[in-house]
Design a protein around this ligand. Structure first.
Ligand code: HEM
Ligand SMILES: Nc1c([N+](=O)[O-])cnc2ccccc12
Length: 290
């Protein structure tokens, strides 16, 4: 059965907005991280990795139990580099001990996306920390060296459509790959900390060359120093995915709308929020600077 979300006694929008603001202010303060990209992309990746372990067949994994805090999951080779995001969140967890880890990891991704000028992401609290024994085994996160049918099958585990898969991968407009983390390097030119439809524009407009990188892994590189993973490039090789790439390259509003829905589905997979009321939509720091 799905995990039942539990209301944090007496906590309201104002309390969670305080957590949002603490994360957002720390993002602004610590802007030098990773060559001045900042922690935003890393926090978004963490929110996806803690949710991407979900398996609808036995309802194991997923964002509910906050099991990333346990060694087995944090040490998954697929999570290499996310120690930075986890370390960034430690003082936030200390300042707000009442928030569950699952709520903190997902709220941090929402905060980072909104502060990087992405869409407003409705977010619901109620995840409850699980025991260490409930930590999913390693190996549930995707392999970047694969093709379109692999990507379709992988996300089928969450019940995602082709359109949701393409929208979700648009998050690769953020940040970069790091050879020491994943065995992929770059992009030097397009690593950003602003959420846009650039990933789709790059996919269609650059001419991509498949090359072996210093780690011996194949990746697509363009003259401008942009890069795509094989799973990124699969989105233009596979006709059914390609039509959504073309849609989002032309229409950033459609991308924002579809990304928001797919990202909420990713973060809430496996959780029954029941009658816990509607989702919170947080104000950005700029919207509060009045
Ligand atoms: C086929 C599915 C996916 C694959 C194979 C994949 C693979 C990767 C790899 C290899 C990296 C580089 C990690 C590093 O070297 O530091 C990366 C980074 C990233 N991924 Fe994905 N990813 C996938 C889906 C997603 C999704 C669904 C999201 C969010 C909704 C996402 C968000 C990010 C972000 C923001 C970064 C940059 C992190 C940073 O700059 O530290 N990815 N991804
Ligand atoms: N910025 C990125 C791009 N890009 O085109 O800017 C492509 N793929 C990526 C894969 C993982 C992380 C960042 C990516």
């Amino acid at each position: 059965a799905l995990h039942l979300a539990k209301a944090q006694d007496g906590k309201s929008l104002e309390d969670f907005q305080k957590v949002y603001n603490a994360i957002a202010e720390k993002l602004r303060d610590e802007d030098e991280f990773d060559g001045y990209i900042g922690y935003g992309p890393n926090l978004v990746r963490l929110s996806w990795h803690v949710s991407g372990t979900f398996d609808k067949n036995d309802n194991s994994g997923g964002s509910f139990g906050g099991t990333y805090r346990f060694k087995k999951e944090a040490d998954d080779p697929a999570n290499k580099g996310l120690q930075n995001a986890a370390h960034f969140l430690e003082p936030i967890a200390k300042k707000f001990p009442w928030i569950s880890h699952g709520d903190l990891y997902t709220l941090a991704g929402v905060t980072a996306l909104q502060e990087m000028q992405g869409p407003k992401i409705p977010w619901r609290p109620g995840r409850v920390d699980a025991d260490e024994k409930d930590t999913p085994e390693n190996g549930r996160l995707p392999d970047a060296s694969q093709d379109g049918s692999y990507v379709r099958h992988y996300f089928g585990r969450f019940g995602f459509t082709d359109q949701e898969i393409v929208a979700l991968l648009g998050a690769h407009c953020l940040g970069k790959t790091h050879l020491e983390n994943s065995g992929y390097e770059g992009p030097w030119g397009a690593a950003t900390n602003t959420f846009t439809n650039e990933f789709f524009v790059n996919l269609l407009n650059e001419n991509w060359k498949l090359e072996k990188n210093e780690a011996g892994n194949k990746q697509y590189n363009s003259e401008k120093g942009y890069m795509m993973l094989p799973t990124d490039y699969a989105l233009v090789q596979d006709g059914k995915f390609r039509k959504y790439v073309e849609k989002y390259a032309k229409d950033q509003d459609a991308f924002f709308e579809d990304f928001k829905s797919a990202y909420v589905k990713l973060l809430e997979n496996g959780i029954d929020f029941g009658k816990l009321g509607k989702a919170y939509v947080f104000k950005t720091l700029d919207e509060q600077d009045s």
